[in-house]
Ligand binder design. Structure first.
Ligand code: FUB
Length: 336
């Protein structure tokens, strides 16, 4: 069997792809979870901050988070309003980028990156009693965290925090978890930078161990190279498990692809497998993958509602299909 969509799958895709989840606000970077049988989506809340476009992403000047929910992926969407605002986070100054959430023992934890007054990104946590918040932030960022795009994955009673993004996400400034202004991306023929992963402590608000690199290997068992822009990690990590395998997926940034790699442990190593989503309208692409009632869904975003304004994005959802070997069938967001 091929990785092509069947006609029925193609029809399902065409039905789903054109509609933003909400149109009264711009939303992006959706992290979707099922809590008590209902879908909760934790997106960025895009705004026009009036800052010109640059490669550092300064034009992504988001200030708060709204949580969305749906009874089903094709059903109506509720916007639960502001769940957390930057003005209420003691350590954060600006740029509330892609968040994620997790539930443990009846409490809900929102993980989010933001820039401190020194202009350096770190990841914070806020706690609430309801999946839609409101969330009360910790006074300080998570010690040992850095960069952007937290994604939390639960496996066998443990929770793992994935994070990291290059360029505006500042991952290139770190080696062995230490920041240095002079650090940059490796040369094209060197192993690419990649996401970080650390197990969370039982309290969910701190790291239980030092972050380690999420290795992504090519078909020969070699690390993907920094010059391999079609396959190397850029930002937007996500982890899900399908038929006992761990699927690590991510954005390739400047080549605008969502790709994935599979492995046998939440820590990896992972072997590159292919593309999940071809480029969307807008510079960024960012996603999550969630199982709902035995079917799988890709939450993602594009800039079609804003007619291509890259920092004014809208979350969408479409069904995701695997072939009988567990390969994800590539989705073209506008058909074809
Ligand atoms: O939303 C701001 C940034 O854009 C996110 O952190 C990245 O993943 C990209 O989607």
């Amino acid at each position: 069997m091929s990785e092509q969509l069947t006609p029925a799958e193609e029809q399902a895709l065409q039905h789903a792809i054109s509609q933003p989840l909400v149109t009264h606000i711009y939303t992006a970077d959706p992290s979707a979870h099922v809590f008590d049988g209902k879908l909760y989506i934790y997106p960025s809340h895009d705004i026009e901050a009036g800052i010109p476009f640059n490669d550092n992403g300064d034009h992504f000047g988001m200030e708060d988070y709204h949580v969305l929910s749906q009874a089903t992926p094709d059903g109506p969407v509720t916007d639960h309003g502001v769940a957390l605002h930057v003005k209420d986070v003691p350590w954060a100054e600006r740029q509330m980028w892609a968040p994620d959430a997790a539930r443990k023992d009846g409490k809900y934890y929102l993980y989010f990156p933001a820039k401190k007054t020194d202009g350096i990104f770190q990841i914070g946590v806020a706690v609430g009693d309801h999946p839609a918040g409101p969330f009360t932030p910790a006074a300080t960022p998570i010690e040992g965290s850095y960069s952007i795009d937290p994604a939390v994955f639960e496996d066998q009673g443990e929770f793992y925090l994935y994070f990291g993004g290059i360029w505006g996400g500042q991952l290139q400034k770190y080696r062995d978890n230490v920041y240095a202004d002079g650090n940059e991306e490796p040369a094209d023929d060197q192993p690419a930078l990649t996401a970080r992963v650390a197990r969370l402590s039982k309290d969910m608000t701190s790291l239980a161990e030092a972050p380690r690199a999420v290795e992504i290997l090519d078909e020969h068992g070699q690390p993907l190279l920094a010059g391999d822009h079609d396959r190397r990690y850029f930002e937007g990590p996500w982890m899900h498990k399908y038929n006992g395998k761990y699927y690590f997926s991510y954005s390739t940034g400047d080549t605008h692809l969502l790709c994935y790699a599979t492995g046998d442990s939440p820590y990896g190593p992972f072997t590159y497998q292919g593309q999940i989503l071809t480029p969307v309208i807008g510079w960024t692409t960012h996603h999550s993958i969630v199982e709902f009632e035995g079917r799988w869904f890709l939450y993602y975003h594009d800039s079609s509602l804003s007619k291509g304004i890259t920092h004014l994005r809208s979350v969408k959802v479409t069904e995701l299909f695997y072939d009988e070997h567990g390969k994800i069938k590539t989705i073209s967001p506008y058909g074809g």
